[in-house]
Write a protein that binds this ligand. Sequence first.
Ligand SMILES: Cc1cc2nc3c(=O)[nH]c(=O)nc-3n(C[C@H](O)[C@H](O)[C@H](O)COP(=O)(O)OP(=O)(O)OC[C@H]3O[C@@H](n4cnc5c(N)ncnc54)[C@H](O)[C@@H]3O)c2cc1C
Length: 362
Amino acid sequence: MRKVVIIGGGAAGLSLAIGLKKQGQSVKIFEKREENHSNGLALLLLPNGMEVLKKMDLQEEVLKKVSSLNNFVSQYSTGKQIFSKPMSNLYGVKRGDILDTLKDKISKVDISYGHAFSHFSYNQNGEARAVHFKNGHIEKGDVFIGADGVHSPIRKSIFPESNLIQTNISEMVSLIKAPNLVKRLNGTFQKIICKAGGRAIGLLPCSKEDVVWFFQYDESIIDFDPDNDNDIKSFLRHQIGSWANPAEELFLKTDFSHSYLWKTHDMNLLPAFHKNNVALIGDAAHVFNTLTSQGLNSALEDGYCLSQLFSNENKNIPASKVFEIFYSLRKETVKNNIEYGRMLKDQFIVTQDQNMVVPMAV
Ligand SMILES: Cc1cc2nc3c(=O)[nH]c(=O)nc-3n(C[C@H](O)[C@H](O)[C@H](O)COP(=O)(O)OP(=O)(O)OC[C@H]3O[C@@H](n4cnc5c(N)ncnc54)[C@H](O)[C@@H]3O)c2cc1C
């Protein structure tokens, strides 16, 4: 049996581990952060992500934690509605809740925290034989999976020429406790758009009492580099101060010390997702514009898809062949998400009501 070593314990790494464990294979995950580290804010769970959770027998568990979204409404900052569209099989979820559900399927001893990737050591055929971590730990294995996120050092080590592309869209994300707003939203994902383009607020319930909201802006027209929480607060006051409700309510309920500013990227399709016996999955393998909301969902798809290819039936096929099949199965979807994300970005910069689509890649 192959020994699979996964580096990165986000949705991609965890879903691969769950799929492998289901087939009785042994697996080890090494995660840079400490176990109790904050797990981010919230994400959108789309039909393709939910489909994978169903296959992993996690749908029921996840449904207890998510907030179901049955409607998308877009309006101008003046309050005038642009369009609304019924939605189905769409959910807001806190990142910590989804990761906890995935981790519950894996034994605690299979995840080692506080292990930041340093480098691989290779044999003379160019195959990785061991992964070295910054804390001095060395783990030998047959196959190594980089599930280490957008800024993946493993991607850099096997594809040194790959580069992230700045999208110019920055996102300021906050989570607020607002059970009354959750009730009023009644399952609506709302987008408030500045008619001139380049600025928008998105808000959605992500649990029974939490609302995640984000202010997105085009950096090429709005220059902002905060030094502290007060900077963020006064910047937002200036940007959305005159916008119709619920902009004011969101602003007043936010503790800006927990908000974060996210400079978003995308990346051209890589020529492969592996080199010899080292492969990439999730954000490490592909980066989409944030407007697609496909980060979590395609990470789940990647992890599960690769776990199926590592089934016992394929145990005699060389790992590099398995990774070639993985690439051929995922490449088109990834390419489409990259292109769709770029289209959504153009729509965001120049708002045209008659062409506007729901900003996500479903
Ligand atoms: C802390 C954090 C908070 C986030 N919050 C949000 C959010 O609120 N909203 C949103 O839309 N998206 C958020 N994201 C991004 C989102 O989770 C991913 O786009 C998506 O889930 C894809 O999952 P992934 O497993 O490919 O990558 P990630 O979720 O990024 O997981 C990668 C994992 O690899 C670990 N890692 C990174 N470098 C190393 C290293 N050198 N050695 C070992 N491990 C490493 C990271 O700590 C992380 O746990 C967040 C990501 C992180 C890491």
